[in-house]
Ligand binder design. Structure first.
Ligand code: PRP
Length: 184
């Protein structure tokens, strides 16, 4: 972590435990992109990136796809500046594409309680798309409050607060090329 981010040393600085290296992430993204390309071979899905956390995963994933796609973005927020979801998921911005009769693939960075994805999928179905599938970088299943199963999962973890590769803690660490668990 120190190679990529220099911080003032103070007592508040948490410990960073590497969960996935940049290379390991790349391998998993390539593998996932192959599966998605095969599954959508005769379709032209609209990929919807969930801001802000999914932005880096989304950018890497779409560049590995071998099928034609369109892209759009939506923004939801639930955590504020805390470690835990406050459970109150709000839309900050909406997609601009026409969704009716289109195959949608939501691209998310992490599914934790499942509240964000549950709200988003229900919301998108109101626009009458042809189908909705969900792709997540991280499936963190221990704190699930609503049962939710993603169609594509890059990496599963049971617990831990993760940062890097788009994932933040209080808007910090999104730019780290690897994924770390923060120990406070
Ligand atoms: C994070 C993350 C997911 C959501 C997952 O977003 O990016 O969208 O929380 O949590 P859940 O399964 O418990 O609902 P956040 O609201 O922190 O916004 P961000 O993407 O801008 O970091």
């Amino acid at each position: 972590m120190n190679d990529h981010l220099q911080q003032p040393a103070n007592a508040e600085t948490p410990e960073f435990i590497q969960v996935l290296s940049a290379n390991a992430i790349h391998q998993k993204v390539v593998h996932l992109a192959r599966r998605i390309s095969a599954d959508y071979q005769n379709e032209r899905p609209l990929l919807i990136g969930v801001l802000k956390g999914a932005v880096i995963f989304f950018s890497d994933l779409i560049r590995q796809l071998t099928i034609p796609v369109s892209i759009d973005f939506i923004q939801l927020s639930s955590y504020g500046n805390s470690e835990a979801s406050c459970g109150d998921v709000a839309f900050c911005s909406q997609v601009t594409s026409d969704l009716k009769d289109r195959p949608l693939l939501i691209v998310e960075d992490i599914i934790d309680t499942g509240l964000t994805m549950d709200k988003l999928v229900k919301h998108l179905w109101t626009f009458e798309p042809e189908s909705i599938r969900v792709c997540t970088l991280i499936d963190k299943y221990e704190r699930r409050e609503i049962e939710f199963k993603a169609d594509y999962v890059c990496h599963e973890v049971k617990t831990g607060f993760l940062v890097g590769y788009g994932l933040d803690y209080a808007e910090q660490y999104r730019q780290l090329p690897a994924i770390y668990e923060l120990k406070f």
